[in-house]
Design a protein around this ligand. Structure first.
Ligand SMILES: [Zn+2]
Length: 493
Protein backbone atom coordinates (compact mmCIF):
# COMPACT_ATOMS: atom_id res chain seq x y z
CA UNK A 1 0.00 0.00 0.00
CA UNK A 2 1.37 3.40 -0.93
CA UNK A 3 1.28 6.12 1.66
CA UNK A 4 -1.62 8.53 1.10
CA UNK A 5 -0.82 12.22 0.79
CA UNK A 6 -1.07 13.73 4.28
CA UNK A 7 -3.89 16.17 3.53
CA UNK A 8 -6.71 17.42 5.78
CA UNK A 9 -9.36 17.56 4.48
CA UNK A 10 -8.45 14.71 2.17
CA UNK A 11 -9.34 15.44 -1.49
CA UNK A 12 -12.78 14.37 -2.72
CA UNK A 13 -11.63 13.38 -6.21
CA UNK A 14 -8.75 11.50 -7.79
CA UNK A 15 -5.24 11.71 -6.34
CA UNK A 16 -2.43 10.42 -8.59
CA UNK A 17 1.23 10.18 -7.67
CA UNK A 18 3.40 11.11 -10.66
CA UNK A 19 6.92 10.34 -9.44
CA UNK A 20 9.71 12.82 -8.90
CA UNK A 21 9.71 15.92 -6.70
CA UNK A 22 9.28 19.68 -6.93
CA UNK A 23 11.82 21.89 -5.17
CA UNK A 24 10.52 25.00 -3.45
CA UNK A 25 12.12 28.10 -5.00
CA UNK A 26 13.28 30.98 -2.83
CA UNK A 27 10.91 33.29 -4.65
CA UNK A 28 7.79 32.12 -6.44
CA UNK A 29 7.24 33.36 -10.01
CA UNK A 30 3.56 33.19 -10.86
CA UNK A 31 1.92 33.10 -14.28
CA UNK A 32 -1.66 34.13 -13.68
CA UNK A 33 -4.75 34.03 -15.84
CA UNK A 34 -5.92 37.66 -16.15
CA UNK A 35 -9.41 36.73 -14.93
CA UNK A 36 -8.01 36.38 -11.40
CA UNK A 37 -7.13 39.33 -9.16
CA UNK A 38 -3.32 39.31 -8.98
CA UNK A 39 -3.21 41.18 -5.67
CA UNK A 40 -5.37 38.54 -3.99
CA UNK A 41 -3.33 35.65 -5.33
CA UNK A 42 -0.03 37.26 -4.29
CA UNK A 43 -1.49 37.74 -0.81
CA UNK A 44 -2.51 34.05 -0.60
CA UNK A 45 1.00 32.99 -1.52
CA UNK A 46 2.67 35.38 0.92
CA UNK A 47 0.33 34.68 3.81
CA UNK A 48 -0.56 31.04 3.37
CA UNK A 49 2.71 29.73 1.96
CA UNK A 50 4.95 32.26 3.70
CA UNK A 51 6.82 32.84 0.43
CA UNK A 52 7.89 35.90 -1.52
CA UNK A 53 6.18 35.99 -4.87
CA UNK A 54 5.90 38.02 -8.05
CA UNK A 55 3.54 37.93 -10.96
CA UNK A 56 5.09 37.41 -14.39
CA UNK A 57 8.68 36.54 -15.30
CA UNK A 58 10.70 33.81 -16.99
CA UNK A 59 9.93 30.14 -16.24
CA UNK A 60 7.10 30.43 -13.73
CA UNK A 61 6.99 28.09 -10.70
CA UNK A 62 3.24 28.41 -10.29
CA UNK A 63 0.84 28.57 -13.23
CA UNK A 64 -2.75 29.48 -12.42
CA UNK A 65 -5.33 29.06 -15.16
CA UNK A 66 -9.08 29.51 -15.34
CA UNK A 67 -10.67 26.08 -15.59
CA UNK A 68 -12.58 25.90 -18.86
CA UNK A 69 -14.69 22.90 -17.92
CA UNK A 70 -15.29 23.49 -14.22
CA UNK A 71 -18.77 24.50 -13.22
CA UNK A 72 -18.22 24.31 -9.50
CA UNK A 73 -17.30 27.51 -7.70
CA UNK A 74 -15.21 25.89 -4.98
CA UNK A 75 -13.46 23.18 -7.03
CA UNK A 76 -9.79 23.14 -8.02
CA UNK A 77 -7.15 20.98 -9.66
CA UNK A 78 -3.58 21.00 -8.47
CA UNK A 79 -0.68 19.43 -10.29
CA UNK A 80 2.81 19.35 -8.88
CA UNK A 81 5.46 18.32 -11.41
CA UNK A 82 9.25 18.61 -11.26
CA UNK A 83 9.22 21.93 -13.11
CA UNK A 84 6.24 23.75 -11.62
CA UNK A 85 2.93 23.70 -9.80
CA UNK A 86 -0.27 24.19 -11.75
CA UNK A 87 -3.59 25.31 -10.36
CA UNK A 88 -6.83 25.25 -12.31
CA UNK A 89 -9.98 26.75 -10.83
CA UNK A 90 -13.07 28.65 -11.82
CA UNK A 91 -13.00 31.17 -8.96
CA UNK A 92 -10.57 32.82 -6.57
CA UNK A 93 -12.10 30.64 -3.87
CA UNK A 94 -11.00 27.53 -5.77
CA UNK A 95 -7.49 29.02 -6.14
CA UNK A 96 -7.46 29.71 -2.39
CA UNK A 97 -8.29 26.07 -1.59
CA UNK A 98 -5.58 24.85 -3.97
CA UNK A 99 -3.10 27.12 -2.17
CA UNK A 100 -4.24 25.62 1.17
CA UNK A 101 -3.53 22.14 -0.17
CA UNK A 102 -0.13 23.28 -1.40
CA UNK A 103 0.52 24.83 2.02
CA UNK A 104 0.09 21.47 3.77
CA UNK A 105 2.32 19.73 1.20
CA UNK A 106 5.05 22.35 1.68
CA UNK A 107 4.82 22.03 5.47
CA UNK A 108 5.37 18.27 5.31
CA UNK A 109 7.86 18.28 2.42
CA UNK A 110 9.57 21.68 2.64
CA UNK A 111 12.38 20.82 0.22
CA UNK A 112 10.91 18.26 -2.16
CA UNK A 113 7.18 18.01 -2.70
CA UNK A 114 6.25 14.64 -4.25
CA UNK A 115 4.81 15.17 -7.72
CA UNK A 116 1.09 14.54 -7.83
CA UNK A 117 -2.19 15.46 -9.45
CA UNK A 118 -5.19 16.26 -7.25
CA UNK A 119 -8.82 16.85 -8.22
CA UNK A 120 -10.84 18.30 -5.42
CA UNK A 121 -14.17 19.86 -4.56
CA UNK A 122 -16.33 19.98 -1.43
CA UNK A 123 -19.09 17.48 -0.75
CA UNK A 124 -21.07 20.09 1.25
CA UNK A 125 -21.08 23.66 -0.04
CA UNK A 126 -21.84 25.32 3.33
CA UNK A 127 -19.34 24.27 5.99
CA UNK A 128 -19.96 26.36 9.05
CA UNK A 129 -18.83 26.92 12.60
CA UNK A 130 -20.90 28.78 15.22
CA UNK A 131 -19.10 30.64 17.95
CA UNK A 132 -21.18 31.81 20.91
CA UNK A 133 -19.60 35.18 21.68
CA UNK A 134 -22.60 36.21 23.81
CA UNK A 135 -21.97 33.99 26.83
CA UNK A 136 -18.20 34.44 26.63
CA UNK A 137 -16.89 37.34 24.60
CA UNK A 138 -14.24 36.57 22.01
CA UNK A 139 -11.89 39.48 21.22
CA UNK A 140 -11.27 40.36 17.55
CA UNK A 141 -7.68 39.10 17.51
CA UNK A 142 -8.82 35.72 18.82
CA UNK A 143 -11.64 35.72 16.26
CA UNK A 144 -9.03 36.20 13.53
CA UNK A 145 -7.02 33.27 14.84
CA UNK A 146 -10.14 31.10 14.63
CA UNK A 147 -10.82 32.38 11.09
CA UNK A 148 -7.28 31.41 10.06
CA UNK A 149 -7.81 27.91 11.40
CA UNK A 150 -11.20 27.54 9.69
CA UNK A 151 -9.67 28.70 6.40
CA UNK A 152 -6.76 26.25 6.73
CA UNK A 153 -9.22 23.38 6.72
CA UNK A 154 -11.46 24.81 3.99
CA UNK A 155 -14.42 25.74 6.20
CA UNK A 156 -16.34 28.68 4.70
CA UNK A 157 -18.93 30.10 7.15
CA UNK A 158 -18.49 31.65 10.60
CA UNK A 159 -21.76 32.14 12.46
CA UNK A 160 -21.49 34.60 15.35
CA UNK A 161 -24.08 34.24 18.12
CA UNK A 162 -23.97 37.92 19.10
CA UNK A 163 -26.75 38.22 21.66
CA UNK A 164 -28.31 36.16 24.42
CA UNK A 165 -29.59 36.44 27.98
CA UNK A 166 -26.04 36.63 29.28
CA UNK A 167 -24.68 39.26 26.91
CA UNK A 168 -25.18 41.69 24.02
CA UNK A 169 -21.94 41.92 22.06
CA UNK A 170 -22.46 44.42 19.29
CA UNK A 171 -22.62 48.18 19.70
CA UNK A 172 -25.67 50.01 18.35
CA UNK A 173 -25.87 53.67 17.36
CA UNK A 174 -29.59 53.90 18.02
CA UNK A 175 -29.46 52.00 21.32
CA UNK A 176 -26.08 52.88 22.83
CA UNK A 177 -26.80 51.22 26.19
CA UNK A 178 -26.78 47.74 24.60
CA UNK A 179 -23.79 45.81 25.93
CA UNK A 180 -22.39 48.95 27.49
CA UNK A 181 -21.71 47.52 30.92
CA UNK A 182 -20.59 44.12 29.85
CA UNK A 183 -17.24 42.39 29.67
CA UNK A 184 -16.84 43.09 25.96
CA UNK A 185 -18.68 44.12 22.82
CA UNK A 186 -17.66 44.74 19.23
CA UNK A 187 -17.59 48.26 17.86
CA UNK A 188 -18.76 48.82 14.29
CA UNK A 189 -15.17 49.22 13.18
CA UNK A 190 -14.11 45.96 14.84
CA UNK A 191 -16.90 44.07 13.07
CA UNK A 192 -15.87 45.58 9.72
CA UNK A 193 -12.28 44.58 10.41
CA UNK A 194 -13.24 41.01 11.35
CA UNK A 195 -15.57 40.57 8.37
CA UNK A 196 -12.93 41.86 5.92
CA UNK A 197 -10.35 39.51 7.44
CA UNK A 198 -12.74 36.58 7.00
CA UNK A 199 -13.72 37.63 3.47
CA UNK A 200 -10.08 37.67 2.37
CA UNK A 201 -9.98 34.01 3.50
CA UNK A 202 -13.24 33.06 1.78
CA UNK A 203 -15.20 32.83 4.98
CA UNK A 204 -18.64 34.40 5.16
CA UNK A 205 -19.56 35.81 8.57
CA UNK A 206 -23.23 35.46 9.50
CA UNK A 207 -24.56 37.50 12.43
CA UNK A 208 -27.16 36.14 14.81
CA UNK A 209 -29.41 38.34 16.94
CA UNK A 210 -31.50 35.88 18.94
CA UNK A 211 -35.16 36.93 19.35
CA UNK A 212 -37.72 37.19 20.90
CA UNK A 213 -36.35 34.85 23.61
CA UNK A 214 -32.79 34.75 24.97
CA UNK A 215 -33.26 38.49 25.33
CA UNK A 216 -32.48 39.39 28.96
CA UNK A 217 -29.29 41.32 28.16
CA UNK A 218 -31.24 43.71 25.91
CA UNK A 219 -34.04 44.03 28.48
CA UNK A 220 -31.51 44.85 31.21
CA UNK A 221 -30.48 47.91 29.14
CA UNK A 222 -33.99 48.75 27.88
CA UNK A 223 -36.60 47.34 30.33
CA UNK A 224 -39.39 49.10 28.39
CA UNK A 225 -39.06 46.46 25.67
CA UNK A 226 -40.37 43.77 28.04
CA UNK A 227 -43.91 42.81 29.04
CA UNK A 228 -43.45 43.67 32.75
CA UNK A 229 -41.15 46.69 32.59
CA UNK A 230 -38.42 45.04 34.67
CA UNK A 231 -35.95 45.78 36.17
CA UNK A 232 -33.67 42.97 34.97
CA UNK A 233 -30.19 41.79 35.78
CA UNK A 234 -28.00 39.91 33.34
CA UNK A 235 -27.85 36.26 34.41
CA UNK A 236 -24.78 34.04 34.44
CA UNK A 237 -24.65 30.30 33.74
CA UNK A 238 -27.06 28.47 31.50
CA UNK A 239 -30.85 28.44 31.41
CA UNK A 240 -34.00 29.52 29.63
CA UNK A 241 -35.31 32.78 31.07
CA UNK A 242 -38.96 33.88 31.18
CA UNK A 243 -38.55 37.53 30.27
CA UNK A 244 -38.63 37.92 26.51
CA UNK A 245 -39.31 40.74 24.06
CA UNK A 246 -42.83 42.17 24.29
CA UNK A 247 -44.24 41.93 20.77
CA UNK A 248 -47.35 43.85 21.86
CA UNK A 249 -45.46 47.15 22.14
CA UNK A 250 -44.76 49.11 18.94
CA UNK A 251 -41.60 50.44 20.55
CA UNK A 252 -40.26 46.88 20.90
CA UNK A 253 -40.99 46.12 17.24
CA UNK A 254 -39.19 49.31 16.15
CA UNK A 255 -36.28 48.26 18.32
CA UNK A 256 -35.78 44.88 16.64
CA UNK A 257 -36.27 46.34 13.18
CA UNK A 258 -33.65 48.98 13.88
CA UNK A 259 -31.24 46.32 15.20
CA UNK A 260 -31.87 44.11 12.15
CA UNK A 261 -31.17 47.09 9.89
CA UNK A 262 -27.96 48.06 11.67
CA UNK A 263 -26.75 44.44 11.67
CA UNK A 264 -27.71 43.89 8.04
CA UNK A 265 -25.76 46.93 6.94
CA UNK A 266 -22.65 45.86 8.83
CA UNK A 267 -22.41 42.26 7.57
CA UNK A 268 -22.29 41.84 3.76
CA UNK A 269 -23.46 38.19 3.88
CA UNK A 270 -26.91 37.76 2.29
CA UNK A 271 -28.10 35.98 5.46
CA UNK A 272 -29.10 36.96 8.97
CA UNK A 273 -29.84 34.55 11.81
CA UNK A 274 -32.71 35.60 14.07
CA UNK A 275 -32.48 32.70 16.56
CA UNK A 276 -36.09 31.97 17.42
CA UNK A 277 -35.31 29.21 19.91
CA UNK A 278 -36.40 28.31 23.45
CA UNK A 279 -39.12 30.92 23.95
CA UNK A 280 -41.29 30.64 27.08
CA UNK A 281 -44.59 32.34 26.17
CA UNK A 282 -45.96 32.89 29.73
CA UNK A 283 -45.22 36.62 29.84
CA UNK A 284 -47.22 37.18 26.65
CA UNK A 285 -50.22 35.40 28.20
CA UNK A 286 -50.26 37.88 31.10
CA UNK A 287 -49.36 41.00 29.11
CA UNK A 288 -52.23 43.33 28.07
CA UNK A 289 -50.20 44.68 25.13
CA UNK A 290 -49.41 41.22 23.75
CA UNK A 291 -53.02 40.12 24.25
CA UNK A 292 -54.24 43.22 22.43
CA UNK A 293 -51.91 42.53 19.50
CA UNK A 294 -53.17 38.95 19.37
CA UNK A 295 -56.80 40.15 19.31
CA UNK A 296 -56.25 42.82 16.67
CA UNK A 297 -54.48 40.33 14.40
CA UNK A 298 -57.18 37.70 15.14
CA UNK A 299 -54.58 35.14 16.17
CA UNK A 300 -55.65 32.00 18.00
CA UNK A 301 -52.88 31.77 20.61
CA UNK A 302 -49.38 32.88 21.65
CA UNK A 303 -47.74 30.38 19.30
CA UNK A 304 -49.57 32.06 16.42
CA UNK A 305 -48.39 35.43 17.76
CA UNK A 306 -44.82 34.13 17.72
CA UNK A 307 -45.25 32.88 14.16
CA UNK A 308 -46.63 36.28 13.13
CA UNK A 309 -43.69 38.09 14.77
CA UNK A 310 -40.98 35.90 13.22
CA UNK A 311 -42.63 36.03 9.78
CA UNK A 312 -42.84 39.84 10.06
CA UNK A 313 -39.14 40.11 10.92
CA UNK A 314 -38.30 37.68 8.11
CA UNK A 315 -40.03 39.83 5.51
CA UNK A 316 -38.45 42.95 7.04
CA UNK A 317 -34.99 41.37 6.69
CA UNK A 318 -35.81 40.28 3.15
CA UNK A 319 -36.54 43.89 2.28
CA UNK A 320 -32.92 44.57 3.31
CA UNK A 321 -31.67 41.79 1.02
CA UNK A 322 -31.22 39.15 3.71
CA UNK A 323 -32.47 35.58 3.91
CA UNK A 324 -33.39 34.56 7.46
CA UNK A 325 -32.13 31.54 9.36
CA UNK A 326 -34.05 30.29 12.44
CA UNK A 327 -33.45 27.38 14.82
CA UNK A 328 -35.87 24.49 14.32
CA UNK A 329 -37.85 24.99 17.57
CA UNK A 330 -41.07 26.48 16.18
CA UNK A 331 -40.69 26.58 12.40
CA UNK A 332 -43.63 24.77 10.80
CA UNK A 333 -45.73 24.96 7.62
CA UNK A 334 -47.11 28.34 8.69
CA UNK A 335 -43.66 29.93 8.54
CA UNK A 336 -42.31 31.84 5.53
CA UNK A 337 -41.14 29.18 3.06
CA UNK A 338 -37.80 30.90 2.44
CA UNK A 339 -36.69 30.63 6.07
CA UNK A 340 -33.68 28.34 6.43
CA UNK A 341 -34.12 26.05 9.43
CA UNK A 342 -31.10 25.22 11.51
CA UNK A 343 -31.81 21.79 12.97
CA UNK A 344 -30.23 21.23 16.39
CA UNK A 345 -32.76 18.65 17.60
CA UNK A 346 -31.50 15.15 16.72
CA UNK A 347 -34.98 13.69 17.24
CA UNK A 348 -36.49 15.79 14.47
CA UNK A 349 -36.79 14.05 11.11
CA UNK A 350 -35.02 16.73 9.09
CA UNK A 351 -35.46 14.85 5.83
CA UNK A 352 -39.21 15.46 6.10
CA UNK A 353 -38.90 19.24 6.51
CA UNK A 354 -39.90 21.37 3.56
CA UNK A 355 -37.82 24.39 4.60
CA UNK A 356 -34.17 24.34 3.54
CA UNK A 357 -32.06 22.98 6.41
CA UNK A 358 -28.69 23.56 8.01
CA UNK A 359 -27.83 20.49 10.05
CA UNK A 360 -26.21 20.85 13.47
CA UNK A 361 -27.78 18.22 15.72
CA UNK A 362 -26.36 18.22 19.20
CA UNK A 363 -25.42 14.54 19.22
CA UNK A 364 -22.87 15.29 16.51
CA UNK A 365 -21.95 18.96 16.47
CA UNK A 366 -22.08 20.52 19.95
CA UNK A 367 -18.38 20.78 20.60
CA UNK A 368 -18.94 22.27 24.06
CA UNK A 369 -19.86 18.69 25.03
CA UNK A 370 -17.18 16.74 26.77
CA UNK A 371 -14.95 14.55 24.57
CA UNK A 372 -16.34 11.41 26.20
CA UNK A 373 -19.92 12.40 25.28
CA UNK A 374 -19.04 13.45 21.76
CA UNK A 375 -15.95 11.46 20.81
CA UNK A 376 -13.88 12.13 17.71
CA UNK A 377 -15.11 9.16 15.61
CA UNK A 378 -18.73 10.26 16.09
CA UNK A 379 -17.87 13.75 14.84
CA UNK A 380 -16.01 12.24 11.88
CA UNK A 381 -18.99 10.08 10.89
CA UNK A 382 -21.41 13.01 10.75
CA UNK A 383 -20.44 14.24 7.29
CA UNK A 384 -21.08 10.81 5.76
CA UNK A 385 -24.47 10.64 7.43
CA UNK A 386 -25.40 14.02 5.95
CA UNK A 387 -24.05 13.16 2.51
CA UNK A 388 -26.00 9.91 2.26
CA UNK A 389 -29.30 11.01 3.85
CA UNK A 390 -32.02 12.35 1.55
CA UNK A 391 -33.16 15.89 2.37
CA UNK A 392 -35.63 17.97 0.43
CA UNK A 393 -33.13 20.82 0.61
CA UNK A 394 -29.85 20.52 2.51
CA UNK A 395 -28.29 23.95 2.73
CA UNK A 396 -25.30 23.06 4.81
CA UNK A 397 -23.92 21.80 8.08
CA UNK A 398 -22.44 23.44 11.11
CA UNK A 399 -20.39 22.76 14.24
CA UNK A 400 -21.41 24.65 17.36
CA UNK A 401 -19.54 25.95 20.39
CA UNK A 402 -21.79 27.27 23.17
CA UNK A 403 -19.77 29.06 25.79
CA UNK A 404 -21.64 29.21 29.11
CA UNK A 405 -18.75 27.25 30.62
CA UNK A 406 -16.01 27.98 28.11
CA UNK A 407 -14.39 31.34 28.72
CA UNK A 408 -10.72 31.23 27.87
CA UNK A 409 -8.81 30.51 24.70
CA UNK A 410 -7.36 27.36 26.32
CA UNK A 411 -10.84 26.05 27.13
CA UNK A 412 -12.01 26.83 23.60
CA UNK A 413 -9.06 25.04 22.05
CA UNK A 414 -9.54 22.04 24.33
CA UNK A 415 -13.07 21.60 23.01
CA UNK A 416 -12.32 22.39 19.37
CA UNK A 417 -9.21 20.42 18.53
CA UNK A 418 -9.11 17.97 16.96
CA UNK A 419 -12.91 17.57 16.71
CA UNK A 420 -13.48 20.68 14.57
CA UNK A 421 -10.75 19.51 12.19
CA UNK A 422 -12.27 16.02 11.89
CA UNK A 423 -15.59 17.75 11.23
CA UNK A 424 -14.06 19.95 8.52
CA UNK A 425 -12.84 16.84 6.69
CA UNK A 426 -16.16 15.06 7.07
CA UNK A 427 -17.97 18.06 5.51
CA UNK A 428 -15.50 18.71 2.70
CA UNK A 429 -14.43 15.22 1.64
CA UNK A 430 -16.83 13.02 -0.31
CA UNK A 431 -17.89 10.16 1.95
CA UNK A 432 -16.41 7.55 -0.40
CA UNK A 433 -13.02 8.98 0.56
CA UNK A 434 -13.66 9.11 4.31
CA UNK A 435 -11.15 7.09 6.28
CA UNK A 436 -10.95 7.69 10.01
CA UNK A 437 -7.65 5.85 10.44
CA UNK A 438 -6.01 7.89 7.70
CA UNK A 439 -7.33 11.07 9.27
CA UNK A 440 -6.03 10.06 12.71
CA UNK A 441 -2.66 9.13 11.29
CA UNK A 442 -2.30 12.44 9.42
CA UNK A 443 -3.56 14.53 12.32
CA UNK A 444 -1.32 12.85 14.86
CA UNK A 445 1.71 13.49 12.64
CA UNK A 446 0.97 16.92 11.17
CA UNK A 447 -2.06 18.35 12.97
CA UNK A 448 -0.20 20.85 15.10
CA UNK A 449 1.78 22.13 12.09
CA UNK A 450 -1.41 22.48 10.04
CA UNK A 451 -3.16 24.39 12.81
CA UNK A 452 -0.40 26.92 12.18
CA UNK A 453 -0.62 28.69 15.49
CA UNK A 454 -0.04 27.94 19.11
CA UNK A 455 -3.37 26.12 19.24
CA UNK A 456 -3.62 23.69 22.11
CA UNK A 457 -4.77 20.26 21.07
CA UNK A 458 -6.57 18.02 23.55
CA UNK A 459 -4.21 15.28 24.74
CA UNK A 460 -4.54 12.23 22.52
CA UNK A 461 -5.60 9.85 25.25
CA UNK A 462 -8.78 11.89 25.68
CA UNK A 463 -9.89 11.71 22.06
CA UNK A 464 -8.18 8.68 20.63
CA UNK A 465 -10.74 5.96 21.21
CA UNK A 466 -8.68 3.53 19.15
CA UNK A 467 -6.77 2.81 22.36
CA UNK A 468 -10.04 1.54 23.85
CA UNK A 469 -10.71 -0.50 20.72
CA UNK A 470 -7.26 -2.07 20.74
CA UNK A 471 -7.46 -2.80 24.46
CA UNK A 472 -10.75 -4.58 23.82
CA UNK A 473 -9.21 -6.56 20.94
CA UNK A 474 -6.32 -7.61 23.19
CA UNK A 475 -8.79 -8.71 25.85
CA UNK A 476 -10.73 -10.82 23.35
CA UNK A 477 -7.53 -12.40 22.00
CA UNK A 478 -6.41 -13.33 25.50
CA UNK A 479 -9.76 -14.92 26.27
CA UNK A 480 -9.54 -16.97 23.08
CA UNK A 481 -6.01 -18.09 23.94
CA UNK A 482 -7.17 -19.07 27.43
CA UNK A 483 -10.14 -21.02 26.10
CA UNK A 484 -8.04 -22.85 23.54
CA UNK A 485 -5.34 -23.68 26.03
CA UNK A 486 -7.91 -24.98 28.51
CA UNK A 487 -9.26 -27.27 25.77
CA UNK A 488 -5.74 -28.48 25.12
CA UNK A 489 -5.20 -29.08 28.85
CA UNK A 490 -2.49 -26.42 29.20
CA UNK A 491 -2.51 -24.11 32.22
CA UNK A 492 -1.57 -20.49 31.53
CA UNK A 493 -0.25 -18.38 34.33
ZN1 LIG B 1 -46.03 41.89 26.05
Amino acid sequence: MTEKLPLIPYPSGAVAMLGGTFSKPSRLVIALDPSFDAECVLLYVREQLGMEAQEGGQSPDLIITAAADATEEQAYRLEVNPKECRIEAKTLQGVFYAVQTLRQLLLVYPNAVPCCRIEDKPALLWRAFMLDVARSFCPVEEGKRIIDILASFKMNVLHLHLSDDQGWRIASESYPKLGEEESGRYSKQEIKDLVAYAQARHIMVIPEIDMPGHFTAALASYPKLSCTGGPFTIPTGEGIFSDILCVGKDEALSFVKQIIEETASLFPAPYIHLGGDEIPLDRWVDCPDCQKRKRVLRLSDEKALLRWFLNEMTSYARGLGKQVILYNDYVDEGYDKKIITQVWNPLLDASALTHPVIMSDYFHTYLDMDHTLLPLPVVYRYGKQLQTQKYSSLYGAEFMLWTEYIATREERDFHLFPRLIAGAESFWTRHEQHDYRRFMHTFAKHGSAYLSSDAQITPKKQWNTSSIVSAFARYKRRRRVKRNSRKAGITLS
